[in-house]
Design a protein around this ligand. Sequence first.
Ligand SMILES: *[C@@H]1O[C@H](CO)[C@@H](O)[C@H](O)[C@H]1NC(C)=O
Length: 330
Amino acid sequence: MRGSLPISRRSVFKWRQVAIGTLGSAKIMFLILGCLALTILAVANRNRTGSSSLMGWTGDVDRSYSPRGRYSIVMNTWKRYDLLKKSISHYVSCPKLDSIHIVWSEPDPPSDSLKRYLNHVVRLNSRKDQQVELVFDINKEDSLNNRFKEIKDLRTDAVFSIDDDIIFPCSSVEFAFTVWQSAPDTMVGYVPRMHWVDRKKGNGKYKYGGWWSVWWTGSYSMVLSKIAFFHKKYLKLYTDEMPASIKEYITKNRNCEDIAMSFLVANATSTPPIWVKGKIFEMGSTGISSIGGHSERRTECVNKFVGEFKRMPLVPTNMKAIDGRDSWFW
Ligand SMILES: *[C@@H]1O[C@H](CO)[C@@H](O)[C@H](O)[C@H]1NC(C)=O
């Protein structure tokens, strides 16, 4: 009997240990479940408001009061007033927008009713903390080079170059803008394109790579200026330094001003552009890319410009910038 007591004590002790053990793991389970629930809640909530905070963390970065904290829209338009009205009413509500410059190249100046309408929309839709300035930049000559004319009194370093038929959520515009702020010498855009060495034609000949080839390979060397951020200094560079033969070619063929801009920036920086992930809504598909023979004409431009620059300045890359708030799987 005497000997049995320690044993039973030991077993009681053991049982207690096991009990504590299971209780402990149950607690841990609760803890893990709790964390999981909180995480799911936080992630679900995170993007809803854009600025919800858990423990005071928010995903938003506000730099709107620094010198590079705002941007200007430079919008190319051509006789599509309903599209122009739609896109201006949309963009004017985007935060950090300073001014909108409409590049006007039509023979007739904008009508009074159009001006009145747009000014009204801008007044109405501007956010309270910012009155957006609306400017028509009137050009006598009808040329695609107009969209890169130097703007003397531009108050921001950042230019957001865009066609009148593209609607793009403000949150995506803002994200591209923050990417540009991290690399202000670089072109930052949503529509990547590639130059491929043309193996059939041999030495120093290139082929223009459209969307499919970029999608297939993940490589690109240009972003198109129909929707891109770049520094305003490139407007001056384009106006002053772009070879006249290239400008004439662009005016005559009504094409490739965007490729020329990509060449110019790459030539000045020796670095590739940055492709930013985002959703685009194109309202009209009447642009030049829907005309037949488009990629042959673009290939011709690439080779012509290589001749003028006397080298291929474009730098390929595979990097793509994504919004950290939308990709929580690291
Ligand atoms: C290209 O870069 C070279 C070297 O920096 C420069 O001399 C030339 O003027 C640039 N070309 C253009 C068209 O800007």
